[in-house]
Structures are given as structure tokens and as C-alpha cells.
Design a protein around this ligand. Structure first.
Ligand code: 1CP
Length: 371
């Protein structure tokens, strides 16, 4: 039924058959990221390896400590591959976490059952920030490079995405001590001692640049910067505390021969008032949450930057009919021009039924518009 109502614009299988067996689709993700025409919309999902998968839960019941899982290249490779074995996805993302960098810089991190990440002690003073390590910190994350090398061998041409958190987003966890509801600790520190927060952001930026360069050297084909919590700041504060650090990272990567051609996707969750600044970063893609219409975003950003997104992750708990309609709506909202990578507007939720992911991927293929 959904298909009928949309048949004038949908790329239904009888008009443009997609035959994965005959065609090499390995570079669809990178082509779309370069805003080149593609025969169908590529798809991958934020947090595609995670607790919604029975095989992941089984491994997690054996390896109780999440950090141990990330630090073991063989296990991290195995988890990265789990969704690729189950679904026909167009990209993989290395299994790791944005917070490990804080630990590498010397702030003890743990992940507690039901509680999420915990930094203890949390950052409260300039002195603590001064003591954070930057010289060797990126080297302490070499297990991520080792895992990348293993995954690249297994992936067979499917592009692997490397990632980091934005310095601001990582700093929120280091100052709050973990997940926060109102971010009052980091905001208070920023208003009372902006130089302390800025030093922390500088140190995180410096380490992140080295860390991302190492990921590219190890074999990732694209990079993603997650700024999950930039949206809690006013535009003015965002430019100072989040955007400036991301700018520094992008500038350093684009100035280096070894990394300048690796495309970068930026997830500035909930920050849709500063599109011209986001585009001016000189990145290749923007990841968009579900609160805005992709077609509207496309009008704001022009044709030269790819858009990734933006299905509400809770729609994976909807009825199949509703999910189907919404997949079609997202694709049609972006429209026929090149540069759309289908994804969720945020990470997949642990309660997601795995068979809904299978349906989603099938429907992305069915409703894809040839660009
Ligand atoms: O098994 C478990 O209990 C751990 C759950 C888990 C997983 C699967 C955590 C703890 N991290 C991860 C992996 C992860 N984290 C990936 C892997 C690759 C993939 O996408 O498959 C990525 C890209 C992240 C990124 C990440 N971690 C972000 C940015 C994206 C986002 O979702 O907003 C953030 C904010 C984190 C912090 C973090 N790590 C883990 C949790 C539960 C959280 C979020 C805590 C919070 O809600 O504040």
C-alpha cells in the first residue's frame, strides 16, 4: 500500500532493479559522501554493533568489562563485523567508544552496568586539566589501530569508518563524571573558569588529531566526529566551546597529505541554527538527527555536502507499516539529488528487534531514488 502511494517517485524494483550479485556496490557510501550519483541510497546505522544483537549480548555476557572488549583487537574486530554478517550494510564503523581518549589522557574511566560511563575522579580544576597527558595519549589507543587493520582484512572493500567524539562532547563526560541531564557542572565551569574548559578542549583536540591520523593510517576510509552534546549550548557558546575545537581538528586533517582526502562526517546533534558555520568547516558530510526534515536541511546547506540520516531510532519499534512509510518519507524528503546516506538520527536502541533492521535495509533499497 505504501509503495502504491509513492510509486511515482520511488525506485521500485520493477523500474530500476538492484542486483547486488551483479554489481559492485562497495563504494556506494563513499560515492554518496562525495555527492556523486549512485544507483541506490547507501545505508549504515549509528551503533550498528550493539546490545540489540543477540550475538553481541552473548559476547558481552562473557566479557563483562566493556573497555576490555574495546581494547582487545580480535574481539573489537569480531563485534565490528557482527552487523555486517547479519545485514547488507554499505559501511562498517570500528567498534570502540568516544570516551576512551579521556582514559588515555589519564582520567580513570569505567562502564558500570546500568549506569553507563563513569569518570572518577571527574575534572573540577585547572590543575587536573594541566596534569592530563597529551604526548603519549594517542599511542595508548593503538589497540584501535590494531583492530582497524584486522577489520579491513575481513571487510573485503566495504568502507570502514573511524571516529572520535568532539572535544566538547568528550569534555562533558570528563567534567560531569558521566552521563548528565542538565550539564550544569560543565556549564558552570565554562562560565566561571573558561580558560580551564578551553585548555581541556585544546588538549582533547591535540590528542584527537593524532588519534584520527592513526586511524586513517591503519585503514579507515572515512571519519566521523560525534558532537552529541553541542546542541545544549547557545549558538554563541557553541562557536566558542564546540565548533572552534572541531575546526582545529578538521583544519589539521585537511592540511596533512596523509589525511586530507579522507572524508569527514560531522554529527552536530540538535544544532541546526548554524548551518553556514557547519558547511564552512570544509567537511564532506553532516549527520542529521530526526527533528528536522532532510529536504529542509538540503535547502539550507546547498548541494556540495552529503547528508546522513535521519530516521528517528524509535521508529524501529513501530509497526512494519509505519516503519516502511517513514523510510520512504526520509528518502523522498531528501529527494533525487546526490548526497544522501541513509542512517538513523541517533544510535540504534538496545530494545530494537533485529528483524526490523533487516526490513529497514530492504526498504531503503526499495525506495531508493537513482541520483
Ligand atoms: O555493551 C555495552 O553495555 C556498552 C554500550 C556501548 C556501545 C555498544 C557503549 C557505552 N559504547 C558503545 C559503542 C560505541 N559508542 C560506538 C561503536 C560503533 C557503532 O556505532 O557500532 C560508537 C560510535 C559510540 C559513540 C559514543 N559513545 C557516543 C556518540 C554517539 C552517540 O550515541 O551519541 C557517545 C555519547 C558515547 C558515550 C557512551 N558510551 C557508551 C554509552 C552507553 C554511552 C552513552 C551514555 C549517554 O547516554 O550519555
Amino acid at each position: 500500500m505504501v509503495k502504491d502511494t509513492l510509486s511515482t517517485t520511488s525506485n521500485s524494483s520493477n523500474t530500476h532493479p538492484f542486483t547486488p550479485v551483479e554489481k559492485d556496490t562497495s563504494s556506494l557510501f563513499l560515492q554518496a559522501l562525495k555527492c556523486q550519483p549512485v544507483e541506490r541510497t547507501p545505508v549504515w546505522l549509528m551503533r550498528q554493533a550493539g546490545r540489540y544483537m543477540p550475538e553481541y549480548r552473548k559476547l558481552r555476557s562473557q566479557v563483562k568489562d566493556f573497555i576490555v572488549l574495546c581494547q582487545n583487537p580480535e574481539l573489537a574486530c569480531e563485534v565490528t563485523m557482527m552487523p555486517l554478517r547479519r545485514y547488507r550494510l554499505d559501511a562498517a564503523i570500528i567498534f570502540s567508544d568516544i570516551l576512551l581518549i579521556g582514559q588515555a589522557m589519564g582520567l580513570p574511566l569505567s562502564f558500570q552496568e546500568g549506569e553507563g560511563p563513569v569518570f572518577a575522579p571527574r575534572i573540577e580544576s585547572l590543575k587536573q586539566v594541566e596534569q592530563l597527558e597529551t604526548n603519549e595519549a594517542a599511542d595508548k589507543l593503538s589497540f584501535v589501530s590494531d583492530a582497524i587493520k584486522l577489520v579491513v582484512k575481513e571487510l573485503n572493500n566495504i568502507p570502514l569508518i573511524g571516529f572520535c567524539g568532539s572535544p566538547w562532547t568528550v569534555a562533558t563526560y570528563m567534567v560531569e563524571g558521566g552521563t548528565s541531564k542538565d550539564f550544569s557542572k560543565i556549564k558552570t565551569l565554562a562560565w566561571q573558569q573558561p580558560e580551564t574548559v578551553e585548555l581541556l578542549l585544546d588538549k582533547l583536540s591535540e590528542t584527537t588529531i593524532k588519534y584520527l591520523k592513526a586511524q586513517v593510517k591503519a585503514g579507515v576510509k572515512a571519519l566521523m566526529i560525534f558532537d552529541t552534546w553541542g546542541g545544549i549550548l547557545s549558538d554563541h557558546a557553541y562557536k566558542r566551546f564546540s565548533l572552534a575545537a572541531v575546526q582545529k581538528i578538521v583544519k589539521a586533517l585537511k592540511a596533512d597529505e596523509a589525511t586530507k582526502s579522507t572524508p569527514i562526517i560531522f554529527f552536530a546533534k540538535g544544532k541546526y541554527t548554524l548551518f553556514s558555520d557547519l558547511v564552512a568547516l570544509g567537511i564532506e558530510g553532516l549527520s542529521i538527527d530526526w527533528t528536522v526534515d532532510l529536504g529542509w536541511v538540503r535547502e539550507q546547506v546547498g548541494q556540495k555536502i552529503a547528508l546522513q540520516g535521519n530516521l528517528d531510532p524509535t521508529l524501529l519499534m513501530a509497526t512494519p507499516d509505519m516503519l516502511q512509510q517513514e523510510v520512504a518519507r526520509v528518502i523522498q524528503s531528501h529527494g533525487k539529488q546526490p548526497g544522501h546516506i541513509f542512517n538513523l538520527g541517533h544510535g540504534i536502541l538496545p530494545q530494537t528487534p533485529p528483524e526490523q533492521v533487516e526490513r529497514l535495509i530492504e526498504w531503503v533499497e526499495m525506495y531508493s531514488l537513482r541520483t
